[in-house]
Ligand binder design. Sequence first.
Ligand SMILES: *Cc1c(COP(=O)(O)O)cnc(C)c1O
Length: 391
Amino acid sequence: MTLSVPAPLVPPARVLLGPGPSDVAPSVLRALAAPTVGHLDPYFLGVMDEVRAMLRAVFGTKNTITMPMSGTGSAGMETLFVNLIEPGDRVLVGVHGVFGGRMAEVARRCGAEVVTVSAPWGREIDADAMRAAAKGQRFDAIAMVHAETSTGVLTPLAPFRALADELGALFLVDAVTSLGGVPIDVDAHGVDAIYSGTQKCLSCPPGLAPVSLSERAMAKLKSRKIRPQSWYLDLELIGSYWGSERAYHHTAPINMLYGIHEALRLALEEGLDARFARHARHAKALAAGLQALGLELPVPEGSRLPPLTLVAIPEGIEDAPVRKALLQRYGIEIGGGLGDFKGRAWRIGLMGSGSTPRNVLLCLGALHGTLAAMGWKAKGDPIAAAIALLG
Ligand SMILES: *Cc1c(COP(=O)(O)O)cnc(C)c1O
């Protein structure tokens, strides 16, 4: 058999306005293309130290165990549960979208007894409903998704720390779409363990999962009766590679670490407060434009997640042809609905370096053109409505 060797890849330059991956900053792409060194090279050990220091700053923590795991956001999720949950532990999970559901499933696979408390899709998780469900029961951990990318909802962290205190439980957080896009403040919120990903608001390609664990979480890990079932994600072993021992565990994805180094550097150079304000401003302008188009935003204003906006697909408009036209005619990717919102909503991401005035206007103009060609009549002028808020 002879294989006809494919031509070299020439990927199209898309505008990524979906739920992730987001647009990658040009300097991050350049960093990824730098020469690969050994994973124990003195140069690389310096890179690791800087990545760690910058990750602590972006998470808002002094936690010693703060580092990127080799894998995507879901590897971060597995890392928390496989290390902190032992068979027979009881875990309370708030579920208001796909990712809360995934957390519950991962916890179950770690042998936990899982109790889920659901909130309607498009609404915040309700700490009081979780408190009521927990009444009179023991829980070792509570878990929730800070920024639910499947619905575009941001849930404040503070009420959940209070609940974890009442239960004497660890407080576990999914921050895959919040890190670098909205404030997290891990230490101020008393979060015990948190994970994220690189391809959402950090604007790096997918491939690393930053995690951070408090002393309390590490104490739980050290007091386990049996070692975590995953050797690859064992935080004690990986901690000795990232710690002063530099003991080989697995080969770090060197170039991805160059990438996250540049992505974190860009975030800190911009300033976190300025970056959060930028995400908020552009999301408001997008929302105003979408409403001027006559579209509805199912998430109440106070609960909206700036990096990701959920838009209801109007009566008489089909989902797939719109997304296809956006991609083929304008080179723009937006997300379809997941779960309860499949076929009923679009998800528009303005994440990291993709959160720009240009992308707000580009998205609104392209969506307007696409819907108009399908007979949709806009209520007002989406571009003017957005420009009024872009300042
Ligand atoms: C994207 C996402 C994940 C999963 O991350 P992957 O990188 O796809 O593995 C988990 N939680 C949330 C909230 C996400 O948005």
